[in-house]
Design a protein around this ligand. Structure first.
Ligand code: PLP
Length: 446
């Protein structure tokens, strides 16, 4: 089939996620046909540097034969069996053990899901179950953050703080409330980063007191907000949040779906910030996106209670711990480990990106350039001195994103915030290419 045939069928039959259906227009979709390393290729033969690792997930890069082999072997051996009741299979057991080894010391159990959204649905059910077993069923409230992203299922979007999703999704799951996000450039520039970080943590305490400390089950947050715009919190934020949670005995859920598996230069974002979460939903980089798999890493406090006193937990998915997905995830972790990918992000690639990325801060359109490990953002502004944005109707971010694509680079726009999250296997030369293509797109946007 030719490109146009695909585009026609696509328009006729395919409802894309998070897409204005009419926007496909005459031009149609770009058909991505294959990929290798950090590059994707379209049906017209264009080679494009994938600055987003797919959707923040292809941590190991494209074209890894070892992952293909792991999937093939497992498909031949046992393509499917479930983990319900008293059965399981080697890939699920080995992956649970490996994840427990990699996770912080107090985490030794894993509940498998098919995606990050399912992991967050699981989290919600698990914490409410935990407090019920503890004899405190009134501890129901979950505090989350505006503009946080925790998935697209009803529970995921309710936990998330994306207003447009709430507006379209019908009533959200009750018992979830949202406080401010630690987005200094967007919401706190009238004070120092340090004061703003503390103020956001104080908002958490105020919300706990307003709801009643004995009514709050948990606080959920991404260590660095990804889909909201690669929002790296001020250094003062997490230490202050930790203190508040300890003071009121509230569970911490660190959503590691993006930050996990090396993105910030540690196996988990929580490690970077010295957090001790009770639960960590994971997905994406767990299999480098080669097959869909997610999980909740469950800390001892919750796991012991569920195991000792919980009886049957009426929850699970047909594909919880799918053998082929688990085998691929296991191989992916082995490769991340043996190739020292996470350490390289921390010691070489993250610092190199930070240095090159900061050069873009001098561009007339950039109000702030920030990065941590291999996640980064540029704030596009109309006036550098005041940080004033362009008129919304101009969609400067979308324009810049499209210009990037034209010049062979995938960057994502979140409003007028341009985001990158490339494969962790990117080289310094490829980082140079990414930065120069981003600069070119900014020049054209101006
Ligand atoms: N949590 C976070 C932090 C995410 O970024 C995402 C997806 O982008 C999810 C959860 C949902 O994961 P999935 O799309 O696999 O359901």
């Amino acid at each position: 089939m030719q490109t146009q045939d695909y585009q026609t069928l696509d328009r006729q039959h395919h409802l894309h996620p998070f897409t204005d259906f009419k926007s496909l227009g005459e031009e149609g979709s770009r058909i991505i046909t294959h990929a290798d390393g950090v590059y994707i290729y379209d049906s017209q033969g264009s080679r494009i540097l994938d600055g987003m690792a797919g959707l923040w997930c292809v941590n190991l890069g494209y074209g890894r034969q070892e992952l293909v082999d792991a999937a093939t072997e497992q498909m031949q051996q046992l393509p499917y069996y479930n983990n319900f009741f008293k059965t399981t299979h080697p890939p699920a057991v080995k992956l649970a053990a490996k994840l427990s080894e990699l996770a912080p010391e107090h985490i030794n159990h894993v509940f498998f899901t098919g995606s990050g959204s399912e992991a967050n649905d699981t989290v919600l059910r698990m914490i409410r179950r935990y407090w019920a077993i503890k004899g405190k069923p009134e501890k129901q409230w979950v505090i989350s953050r505006e503009n946080g992203y925790h998935g697209s299922t009803v529970a995921g979007m309710s936990l998330g703080g994306m207003a447009p999703m709430h507006d379209q999704g019908g009533p959200c799951v009750p018992g979830i409330t949202h406080i401010c996000q630690p987005y200094w450039f967007g919401e706190g520039r009238d004070m120092s980063q340090e004061s703003f970080g503390k103020q956001c943590a104080q908002a958490l305490e105020e919300q706990i007191l307003a709801l009643g400390e004995d009514k709050v089950a948990a606080f959920i947050a991404e260590p660095v907000q990804g889909a909201g715009g690669a929002i790296i919190p001020p250094d003062s934020y997490w230490p202050a949040v930790k203190e508040v949670l300890a003071k009121y005995d509230i569970l911490l859920i660190a959503d590691e779906v993006i930050c996990g598996f090396g993105r910030l230069g540690e196996w988990f974002g929580s490690t970077h910030y010295g957090l001790k979460p009770d639960l960590m939903p994971i997905a994406k980089g767990l299999s480098s996106g080669y097959l869909p798999i997610g999980a909740v890493l469950v800390g001892d406090r919750v796991a012991d209670t569920l195991i000792e006193d919980g009886g049957e937990f009426f929850h699970g998915f047909t594909y919880s711990g799918h053998p082929v997905c688990a085998a691929v995830a296991l191989k992916n972790l082995e490769l991340l480990e043996s190739e020292r990918v996470v350490e390289k992000v921390r010691d070489e690639l993250g610092p190199y990106l930070a240095k090159r990325w900061q050069e873009l801060a001098e561009h007339p359109l950039v109000g702030e350039a920030r990065s941590l490990g291999l996640i980064g953002a540029l704030e596009i502004v109309a006036d550098k001195s005041t940080g004033e944005r362009f008129d919304k109707s101009l969609s400067a971010g979308n324009l810049c994103r499209d210009l990037c694509f034209e010049s062979g680079l995938v960057m994502r726009s979140v409003g007028d915030t341009m985001v990158i999250s490339p494969p962790l296997t990117i080289t310094c030369d490829e980082i140079d290419e990414l930065v120069s293509k981003a600069r070119l797109a900014l020049d054209k946007t101006a």
